[in-house]
Ligand binder design. Sequence first.
Ligand SMILES: Nc1ncnc2c1ncn2[C@@H]1O[C@H](COP(=O)(O)OP(=O)(O)O)[C@@H](O)[C@H]1O
Ligand SMILES: [Mg+2]
Length: 340
Amino acid sequence: MSQNVSGLRLEDLEIKPHIITRLKGAGIESIFDLAISIPHQLIEDGGILTGADTHVALDIVMKAKKALIDSGLLARDFSTAEEILERRKALIRCTTGSPKLDSFLKGGIETQAMTEIAGEFGSGKSQLCYTLCVTASMPQNKAGLGSNVIFIDTENTFRPERIHQITENRGIKEPEDILRKIYVCKIFNSGHLELIIQNLGKSIQDYKAKLVIVDSIISLHRAEFTGMGTLADRQQRLNNMLHKLIRLAEVYNIAVVVTNQVQSQPDNFFGDTLRATGGNIMGHASTYRILLRKAGRDRIAIMIDSPFHAYDQTRFTITERGVQDVEENRASSKKTEPEW
Ligand SMILES: Nc1ncnc2c1ncn2[C@@H]1O[C@H](COP(=O)(O)OP(=O)(O)O)[C@@H](O)[C@H]1O
Ligand SMILES: [Mg+2]
């Protein structure tokens, strides 16, 4: 899939100039941004168009989509299975740093998809994200994405020193070159996160990123929207963010990785079980859902939802190199962990 987006401008569509001005004022600067906009949101949230302009909102979004379809950048509403397969050939996979975890993921983290990493505090979600920052910066012939990375940090846990350490220990000569490729956005509240995700299309183009990480997607909304009365609003906001992210993944051929928390769920038969937060909305939006569990010094990754991976689990560890395979000698001497 070509990513030459420079030739596609809003001005090339048949849209009235004053509407283009309003779109740009609301951060919708390219045909890509417009194509992934939700028409009714242009009216309600953005205030870009007034209520009477429902048909205009629909019309301009359809025009933008058509322009992308005509350029071969976006799949038609109905495509043959062969066409979809062809489009999927453009997808790239990025190593996680652990060959075992990669083969568990059938080759690594994928573009055109959103991968959710759920787990308890300290289960290694952020460590996996940091390792991906380093591996994604590597060229494609070294199992990377050969691109820059956008890291959206909502928990204020991003540590450049740790990235530096992972880079050095992976034998990369100039860790600073990797650090320069990672664009970090520190988020202050849920509204800020929504705004950043709303305008992410432009950032992906500006920073030439093929990996977007949101660590974590839901913690701020969970902290701010407490009480049953706010649940529907919170889920709607989460839904909007997730759908924007998945559309960005498809349109820009990028990998999106989001981390999520888990809740302990009392279960009559099996004692407490762990569930990823966010309910059905989270479950339906993620292409792949991986649950991380601590297992002594190691970690176990479990595929909880995937269109084509069978239920499976694998083991990896976290060291100064970031995520990696459990060493052979440790693997042979370890006690067997109970399946769960
Ligand atoms: N430099 C390091 N070397 C080895 N292990 C580390 C290092 N830094 C962090 N870890 C491991 O990662 C764990 C924290 O994982 P983290 O990804 O931050 O958790 P979370 O799932 O809450 O994001 C620590 O408990 C430790 O086991
Ligand atoms: Mg974390």
